[in-house]
Ligand binder design. Structure first.
Ligand SMILES: NC(=O)c1ccc[n+]([C@@H]2O[C@H](COP(=O)([O-])OP(=O)(O)OC[C@H]3O[C@@H](n4cnc5c(N)ncnc54)[C@H](OP(=O)(O)O)[C@@H]3O)[C@@H](O)[C@H]2O)c1
Length: 268
């Protein structure tokens, strides 16, 4: 690499996919800005990256707060002078029946973090990327952003929303040389499940062979950074599941009721 080292902002870098991606990008020579609410975890990661010969900056950020997001971008530009990659990864899911989701604790915060947080962070870096005529924005959606399952109604709304946002944005900013990608992973091991509030009655879960590790998703994001693409579905086989759900919507409704809603609701 010639010239100053490129810069990547990673939101949700304090654990899981964000942390793993930050480590890989730092190893690839990126100066990485680590954003999330748990500053002590970000600082520990910053030190680990520095110990491995990389460079990182920890910035405590709640992406649900517009002032925090603005400050994140300002601190990045003050420290490093540029943003090459923005990985909008911060997010969480509360997966219960809609009537059990609390508006203040579950519904509005999911929208605020997963959807508004991504939109506002993107908007904050955009003037800089447009002025430079380059940049890459990677948005973390989910398989739940392509195929909605029961108890994921609000989560799916945010992740489907990211698809629409990303597609429109790509068509707005491509003329400035800015790339926009969306990542759609299925189930990933780690802390995510512990925040969902999910209490399953049945033993339903993603088949183990299809559960990804944060490291696997991070490797895929690293691949996207190296070679930008419109979207990535992980693992690949889920593209067939999504295709099935789009081709046969009534059958898909029926299957989901039989394998999910009825057992979970204790119905025959
Ligand atoms: N795990 C899965 O099965 C799965 C599947 C598909 C997509 N995804 C998506 O992948 C992304 C990362 O999830 P993960 O699996 O790595 O889970 P995770 O380990 O729980 O990571 C979530 C990250 O988001 C951050 N975050 C949450 N609220 C935030 C806020 N208000 N402001 C800033 N950061 C916030 C958390 O940091 P703090 O708590 O420190 O703020 C944490 O770093 C999410 O967008 C998730 O929807 C996950």
């Amino acid at each position: 690499m010639s010239g100053p080292k490129p810069v990547a902002i990673v939101t949700g870098a304090s654990s899981g996919i964000g942390e793993a991606t930050a480590r890989l990008l730092a190893a690839d020579g990126y100066r990485v800005v680590l954003a999330a609410r748990r500053l002590e975890r970000l600082e520990a990661l910053q030190q680990a990256i520095a110990a491995a010969g990389g460079e990182a900056l920890a910035v405590r950020t709640d992406v649900g707060h517009p002032a925090d997001v603005q400050a994140l971008v300002e601190r990045t530009l003050a420290a490093y002078g540029q943003v090459d990659v923005l990985f909008n990864n911060a997010g969480f899911g509360r997966t219960k029946w809609l009537d059990e989701l609390d508006p203040e604790k579950d519904i509005l915060p999911q929208i605020q973090v997963n959807l508004s947080g991504t939109i506002l962070t993107t908007r904050a870096v955009l003037p800089h990327m447009i002025a430079r005529r380059r940049g890459h924005i990677i948005n973390m959606s989910s398989l739940g952003g392509l195929m909605a399952t029961p108890t994921y109604s609000v989560y799916a709304a945010t992740k489907y929303g990211l698809r629409g946002f990303s597609d429109a944005l790509r068509r707005e900013v491509g003329v400035f040389g800015i790339k926009v990608s969306v990542v759609y992973p299925g189930g990933v091991s780690g802390d995510f499940a512990s925040h969902t509030g999910m209490q399953r009655k049945s033993q339903l879960s993603t088949p183990r062979a299809l559960v990804l590790t944060p490291q696997q998703v991070a490797q895929a994001v690293r691949g996207l950074v190296r070679r930008p693409r419109r979207s990535l579905v992980l693992p690949w086989v889920y593209r067939l599941v999504v295709l099935f759900s789009e081709l046969f919507p009534s059958l898909n409704d029926w299957v989901q009721e039989q394998i999910f809603t009825r057992p979970e609701r204790g119905m025959k």
